[in-house]
Design a protein around this ligand. Structure first.
Ligand code: ZN
Length: 359
């Protein structure tokens, strides 16, 4: 069945773009009419962010603790606290990595749709447009700035799934490569590798889309350039990775991921490993499914002197491995995209356990 796609309608790209955020907010009818809620990664708490962000008296700045990735209960609690204060923002601005951007997207949807965040985990369940939302990524790779999802974990059900919806797409973006200059190199690598992984998974899948493929091809080319040159953090490479991340997010809107993301989601739900590191650990263990890419990826790790943690699953007992299995195979769409409808015949309990044991 044919489905429409949606990309971010309005974005500003370039070094110093953040200084135009005030104009963007003031000149947009949606955001210029009321207070703005700024959600910034707690990393910036001590970084004098107030001088860069146009926070005025009626606005509110909340720092988001990105130690753990978004949960449905965390999003609900944030919405509840705003509502109990009677604070109704005209715009939500997310400044940070995937966790902060996804929090901004989920909150924006929840503020207008009512109910709870977990009610919208799935595909096309969001009914109406959220509060005007602006994304300002400070880390490149997840594609959260351009994708149509915002990933959240429901701790009660163990489900890690986003609000996949056209309404989840940001209305505006500020893409300023200067904002990624202070990212530690390991984190920069893990996040950037997420783009690479999205693209190889999409391009290996059954559910292909010509536009998605074109986005993936270009994002893959740029991420290879970044990670196959000497200084991945040079201004030129930070610019390229920001573009690659944006295009990778657009690619995902038209396609599905494969085996890596479900395995990574298992690591996230059971061991609370962050998305991007989890993907790197998962890809490194999935040579059987992505042989050429795993070899290429290991070359990238080596040339940037990144050492992945080892023995991550070694402390798990039987029930821990059972939880990993369940939290992986629940992702039927990407797994059937990669392996066909009978993916459980290939990814048996035994098989997945042997994969997790190598991580
Ligand atoms: Zn990802």
């Amino acid at each position: 069945m044919l489905k429409t796609s949606r990309n971010v309608p309005d974005y500003l790209f370039g070094r110093g773009a953040i200084t135009h955020l005030k104009d963007m907010l003031q000149h947009n009818p949606a955001s210029g009419s009321g207070p703005v809620l700024f959600l910034a990664d707690h990393f910036f708490r001590s970084k004098g962010l107030d001088s860069v962000l146009p926070v005025s008296g009626q606005d509110r700045l909340i720092f988001i603790d990105s130690t753990d990735e978004p949960t449905t209960s965390g999003i609900n609690a944030l919405r509840n606290s705003l509502e109990s204060d009677g604070f109704a923002p005209a715009a939500v601005v997310g400044i940070g990595g995937g966790t902060t951007l996804d929090t901004a997207k989920a909150l924006s949807n929840l503020l207008t749709n009512g109910g709870n965040a977990e009610d919208y985990q799935g595909w096309d369940l969001v009914k109406v447009k959220g509060v005007h939302k602006i994304g300002v990524p400070t880390l490149s790779g997840t594609g959260a700035e351009s994708s149509r999802t915002c990933v959240m974990t429901n701790a009660a059900s163990g489900l890690k799934l986003g609000m996949n919806s056209h309404f989840t797409v940001f209305d505006q973006l500020v893409l300023d490569p200067d904002l990624t200059a202070t990212v530690p190199s390991e984190q920069y690598f893990y996040s950037g590798a997420d783009t690479y992984i999205h693209c190889i998974e999409s391009l290996h899948g059954r559910f292909r889309h010509p536009v998605g493929d074109a986005f993936s091809d270009q994002a893959l080319r740029l991420s290879r350039e970044v990670f196959q040159t000497g200084n991945m953090l040079s201004p030129e490479n930070r610019e390229k990775l920001m573009v690659a991340s944006y295009l990778g997010g657009c690619a995902i809107a038209n396609s599905f991921v494969g085996v890596v993301h479900p395995v990574s989601a298992g690591l996230s739900v059971v061991l609370h490993i962050h998305h991007c590191l989890g993907n790197c650990l998962a890809l490194n263990a999935l040579e059987e499914f992505y042989p050429a890419e795993v070899e290429e990826f290991r070359g990238m790790l080596k040339s940037h002197e990144i050492t992945l943690p080892r023995g991550v699953c070694s402390g798990l007992d039987e029930s821990g491995f059972e939880q990993l299995y369940n939290a992986t195979v629940i992702h039927e769409k990407p797994l059937s995209n990669a392996l066909g409808d009978s993916f459980k015949d290939m990814l048996t309990r035994k098989k997945l356990r042997s994969i997790f044991e190598t991580i």
